[in-house]
Design a protein around this ligand. Structure first.
Ligand code: ARG
Length: 561
C-alpha cells in the first residue's frame, strides 16, 4: 500500500519516485494518519512555503478506494487508509514463511572481523561487545541473503610472545599454566614487566625469542602454540556460553609469511619511506600520521598483518564488504590501513572496508566476581547472570521445567540485549538491576512476552486452519500491533544499512510493548469463535516475530520461564 501511495503522489506531481519514497513516512500517532507526506524538503526547489505545497498537492491527488480520506495538517499531507483493507494487506505481508528476510544480498559476500581477543590475555567486556555486535551483524546480513564469513582475527603474534617465553622459562611451570590457563599467562606477563624494569637485558632476550618465532625455531613455536591452544580453549568456553561461533579462526600469525609480499608491493609502488630505520607509508596528505610497516629490526607489526589479511580475504572470498568491529580507539589504525590499501590502486577500498566502532563498557559501582587481581573476565559476568536468574527462578517459579537451560537462555540473553539496546557508539553502563529487570526495557521482558504468547497458544483452543476474518482485528491496539510487526523487513534493512543491531533490539521492544497493550485491551479467549481465531492468529504472528527478531540479536527464547 505504501507503494500505491507513492504512485499517487508521483502521478499528482512531477516528483521523482525515489524522492517521494524517501520522504513518505509512517507517523508516530494514529490520529496523524497511516502515512504522512511532509513537504518541508520540497520548499527549496519549488520556491513555495511547505504549507502551500501540501495544500496544492493534496488537491491534485486522486483518492482511490483504499483510501478513506486525505487531510492536510500544516506542511503534512496525511493519508488515512480504509482500516480493513490496510489491516488485510499488512497481515497478508506478515503471514508468510521467513517474514523479514530478503534476497537483496544474494550473490554477495560480507566478511565480518570481530571478537578477536589477544592470546594470553583475558577475554574482557570490550571483547564481549565486539562478539555480540559482530554476531548480530552476521545474523542480520544472513537474513538478507548475504554470504557471511565470520572471522576471528586472534591477536596471536607479536613481540609480547617473546616476553612471555622468557617469563615462562624464568618463573613459570607447565603445571601452573595448565591449571590456571590465561590467568597464569597474565601473571607471567606482569612478572616480566616488573623484572624488565630492573634488568633491560630481559627485553633483548624477549626480542630474540620473537625473532626465533619469526624464523621458525621449533622450540619457540611449540611454546607459543601451546599458549595459543590454552587461550583458545578458554575463549571457546565463552563462545559456547554465548552460543556463538566462527567460520574461520585466522589469527595474526596466519599472515606472518604473507607480510613480505605486502612490503614488496608497497616498495614497488614507491610508497615506502625510511624513517629512523623503520619503513613507513607517509599519510600526511590525508591528515594522518604515517602508517608504520616494519620496525627497525625488520619485524612486521599489527598494521602490516592487517594489510596482508585484507588482500588474503579479497582473494579468497572476493568480499563486497569487509567489516571490522572494534573499540573506537582503533579508528585511526583502520583509517590508515584502509588508506594504504587504496593507495596501492584498489579503488574498492573506499566503499568496501568499513570500521564499525563501539563505545566503552563501564562497570562502575558494580561488584563483579573477579578471579584474581581486578581483572574481569566476560565469562564470569555471563556465569553470574545465569546464577542470578537461577535464584529468581527458584523464588518465583520453582516448578519450572528445564531450569538450567532457561536460566542460561535468559541470563545470557539479558546481557546480549542490554549490550545491543542502545546505539553501538554509546557507552554502556552495566547495572544488574537494569540488565535483569523483568519489567524494564530488557531482554528478559521481551522473552517473557514471547512466553506469554506461547502460553496463550498452549491454553486457548483455536482452529489454525480456519480463514481469518480480518475485519475482526480493527481494535486500535490490534491495528497498532499489526503496524509494529509489519515494520520488520524495513527494520532489518535499516539495521544492515547502518550496521546497527540496536534498530532490531528497539523493534523487538516495540513489538513486545504493543503486544502488552493489545493483550490488556483485547481478551483473546472469547466465546465467539471467529474473533478468538483472529486474535489467536495475531498472538501467533507476534510470537514468531519476537523469536525471529531476538534471533537476529543472538538471543534464544524459552517456551516457559
Ligand atoms: N586483537 C585486537 C584487540 O583485541 C582486535 C583485532 C581486530 N581486528 C583486526 N583485523 N585488526 O584489540
Amino acid at each position: 500500500m505504501k507503494e500505491q501511495i507513492i504512485q499517487l503522489i508521483v502521478n499528482a506531481s512531477d516528483l521523482d519516485t525515489e524522492l517521494v519514497r524517501g520522504i513518505l513516512e509512517i507517523p508516530p500517532k494514529a490520529d496523524m494518519g497511516d502515512f504522512a507526506f511532509p513537504c518541508f524538503q520540497l520548499a527549496k526547489t519549488m520556491r513555495k512555503a511547505p504549507q502551500m505545497i501540501a495544500a496544492e498537492l493534496s488537491g491534485k491527488i486522486e483518492k482511490p478506494n483504499m483510501i478513506d480520506r486525505i487531510e492536510v495538517q500544516g506542511a503534512y499531507i496525511n493519508f488515512f487508509l480504509k482500516k480493513e483493507l490496510y489491516v488485510k494487506s499488512m497481515l497478508d505481508a506478515i503471514d508468510v514463511e521467513n517474514f523479514g528476510s530478503s534476497s537483496v544480498g544474494n550473490g554477495k559476500t560480507i566478511c565480518i572481523d570481530y571478537s578477536s581477543p589477544n592470546v594470553a590475555k583475558n577475554f574482557h567486556v570490550g571483547h564481549l561487545r565486539t562478539t555480540i555486535i559482530g554476531n548480530s551483524l552476521y545474523k542480520i546480513y544472513e537474513k538478507l541473503g548475504y554470504q557471511v564469513e565470520r572471522i576471528n582475527h586472534l591477536g596471536d603474534w607479536g613481540t609480547q610472545f617473546g616476553k612471555l617465553i622468557v617469563a615462562y622459562k624464568a618463573w613459570g611451570s607447565k603445571e601452573a599454566v595448565e591449571k590456571d590457563g590465561v590467568a597464569e599467562l597474565m601473571r607471567l606477563y606482569v612478572e616480566f614487566h616488573k623484572a624488565a624494569e630492573q634488568d633491560d637485558s630481559l627485553n633483548d632476550q624477549a626480542r630474540e625469542w620473537f625473532h626465533q618465532m619469526e624464523n621458525g625455531n621449533e622450540e619457540a613455536l611449540s611454546i607459543w602454540q601451546w599458549f595459543v591452544d590454552i587461550s583458545l580453549k578458554e575463549y571457546k568456553g565463552t563462545y559456547a556460553l554465548l552460543g556463538m561461533d566462527f567460520d574461520h579462526y585466522l589469527g595474526e600469525s596466519f599472515y606472518r609469511d604473507k607480510t613480505g609480499e605486502v612490503v614488496d608491493r608497497l616498495a614497488d609502488a614507491g610508497l615506502l619511506q625510511e624513517s629512523q630505520g623503520a619503513q613507513i607509508v607517509d599519510l600526511e596528505a590525508y591528515d594522518m600520521p604515517p602508517c608504520l610497516i616494519t620496525k627497525k629490526d625488520g619485524s612486521s607489526i599489527y598494521a602490516t598483518r592487517d594489510l596482508a589479511a585484507i588482500f588474503y580475504r579479497k582473494k579468497t572470498w572476493n568480499f563486497d564488504k569487509c567489516l571490522y568491529v572494534t573499540g573506537q580507539e582503533q579508528k585511526l589504525h583502520f583509517a590508515q590501513v584502509f588508506k594504504v590499501v587504496e593507495l596501492l590502486g584498489n579503488d574498492w577500498a573506499k566503499d568496501s572496508l568499513v570500521h564499525i566502532p563501539y563505545g566503552l563498557v563501564s562497570l562502575e559501582g558494580e561488584k563483579l566476581s573477579t578471579r584474581s587481581g581486578n581483572i574481569i573476565y566476560a565469562e564470569d559476568i555471563l556465569l553470574e547472570a545465569i546464577d542470578k536468574v537461577k535464584q529468581i527462578i527458584a523464588e518465583k517459579n520453582p516448578q519450572l521445567e528445564d531450569k538450567e537451560q532457561v536460566a542460561k537462555t535468559v541470563g545470557v540473553g539479558a546481557i546480549i540485549f542490554h549490550d545491543l539496546y542502545n546505539q553501538r557508539i554509546k557507552d554502556v553502563s552495566f547495572k544488574w538491576e537494569k540488565v535483569l529487570n523483568f519489567d524494564g526495557e530488557t531482554g528478559p521482558y521481551v522473552q517473557y512476552t514471547y512466553c506469554r504468547c506461547a502460553s496463550i497458544l498452549r491454553t486457548v483452543s483455536y482452529d489454525s486452519k480456519a480463514p481469518i476474518d480480518y475485519s475482526l482485528l480493527l481494535d486500535e491496539e490490534a491495528v497498532a500491533l499489526i503496524k509494529e510487526i509489519n515494520r520488520f523487513p524495513q527494520v532489518v534493512l535499516d539495521a544492515a544499512d547502518r550496521y546497527e543491531p540496536s534498530v532490531v533490539a528497539r523493534f523487538a521492544m516495540d513489538v513486545a510493548q504493543a503486544f502488552s497493550r493489545f493483550y490488556n485491551a483485547c481478551r483473546v479467549n472469547v466465546e465467539e469463535v471467529a474473533l478468538r481465531n483472529a486474535r489467536v492468529k495475531l498472538v501467533s504472528l507476534t510470537k514468531t516475530t519476537l523469536k525471529d527478531a531476538l534471533a537476529l540479536l543472538g538471543i534464544d527464547c524459552p517456551e516457559q520461564m
